[in-house]
Design a protein around this ligand. Structure first.
Ligand code: ATP
Ligand code: BTN
Length: 324
């Protein structure tokens, strides 16, 4: 994707964001390109998941009003004590990959957000569906002096931080699924992907990626499990800039706390949000399945399962949990 095409599409969207009709001719004249070029850019934007329709004689219009992400608006929702770098990108393969490529050049809290991802990823190499301006796709960098061993339970602390930020925006009734998902009404609202780099025994760099559905296109087909977005949970649509600011603030506070005190300050809250507390569940570990009753997490963040043999804690990023 060339930088100049990106720029043109960014400018095109700024014009369309007013939610009224614009003819191809007028758009072309404003942006200094042909009507045919406008039509091609519209096709690319539609393929990224934007709902743009065209009416003969009137031109193009967005199906929904579009409020784009803006770094200065996001920063306005961080308190002044947070000197955090916030980058807003338009279309990127993956915000986690973007920060990975910047490894060594960024400070703790450095955050990037994108309007769309073309290769958004989840755990186990799964795809994260990332249509344009429909969600938050956010990654934050944090270095941990304690190395890998200091990271146990990090995704649980991040889950609690996301729920706190959403509560502040008036969204309640959320639950957490071990180890990395946020649920509402039994459906997936958000996911966390933490990717870590560094040498064993020394400082390591974590990239904390969050995908949070805000208002996905209703006809979306590609998500292979029940999903939900904030538009279904709140009468008034939550402004993504406000939400991003609150999320970054909660995350930086929680990551500092986690770095100093570990998982302990988060355990009680996590247990209260546990979607599978006292439910029949199965743990899928590679080809194996272990069934039992979910009994929450232990102090290290491992999932605790009760079977006929008693209670046992299971660690490890390879485990997936499902209800039975
Ligand atoms: P696990 O328990 O292993 O984490 P999971 O099914 O939640 O299981 P993840 O790898 O965490 O798997 O998340 C990726 C999955 O999330 C995809 O396979 C898809 O089913 C689902 N998914 C992808 N995009 C979205 C989205 N925007 N909203 C909700 N769910 C999504
Ligand atoms: C999951 O549920 O498996 C985690 C999904 C994480 C998706 C986010 S979107 C921002 C960041 N960039 C990515 O490519 N993935 C994460």
């Amino acid at each position: 994707m060339s930088k100049s095409s990106e720029l043109v599409r960014g400018n095109l969207l700024k014009i369309l964001a007013d939610n009224s009709f614009h003819s191809g001719e007028a758009l072309g004249a404003t942006l200094g390109i042909s009507r045919a070029a406008i039509s091609n850019h519209i096709k690319v934007l539609s393929s990224l998941g934007l709902d743009i329709f065209s009416v003969t004689g009137k031109g193009y219009s967005l199906a929904q009003p579009l409020s784009l992400l803006r770094a200065n608006e996001i920063k306005a929702h961080l308190s002044t004590s947070h000197a955090i770098e916030v980058e807003v990108l338009n279309v990127i393969d993956s915000t986690n990959q973007y920060l990975k490529d910047k490894s060594g050049q960024v400070n703790n809290g450095h955050t990037c957000l994108a309007e769309a991802q073309t290769a958004g990823r989840g755990r186990h190499g799964r795809k994260w569906v990332s249509p344009y301006a429909a969600s938050l796709y956010l990654s934050m960098h944090w270095s941990f002096a304690g190395g890998y061993s200091a990271l146990g339970g990090l995704s649980l602390a991040v889950g609690v931080a996301i729920v706190d930020a959403l509560n502040q925006c008036g969204v309640h009734g959320l639950q957490l699924k071990w180890p990395n998902d946020i649920y509402a009404q039994g459906k997936k609202l958000a996911g966390i992907l933490i990717e870590v780099e560094g040498q064993i025994g020394s400082e390591c760099q974590a990239i904390i990626g969050i995908g949070l559905n805000v208002a996905l296109p209703k006809d979306i087909q590609e998500i292979g499990q029940p999903w939900i977005d904030l538009s279904q949970l709140s009468d008034t649509l939550i402004d993504r800039n406000v939400l991003a600011g609150k999320l970054i603030r909660e995350l930086t506070n929680s990551l500092s706390l986690f770095e100093n005190s570990g998982l302990e300050p988060f355990v009680k809250k996590w247990r209260n949000l546990d979607i599978y507390a006292n439910q029949a569940i199965k743990l899928i570990v590679g080809q194996n399945t272990i069934s039992g009753i979910g009994r929450g997490i232990d102090a290290a963040g491992a999932i605790v399962l009760e079977t006929e043999q008693g209670l046992k804690a299971y660690h490890g990023g390879e485990i997936s949990v499902r209800a039975i």
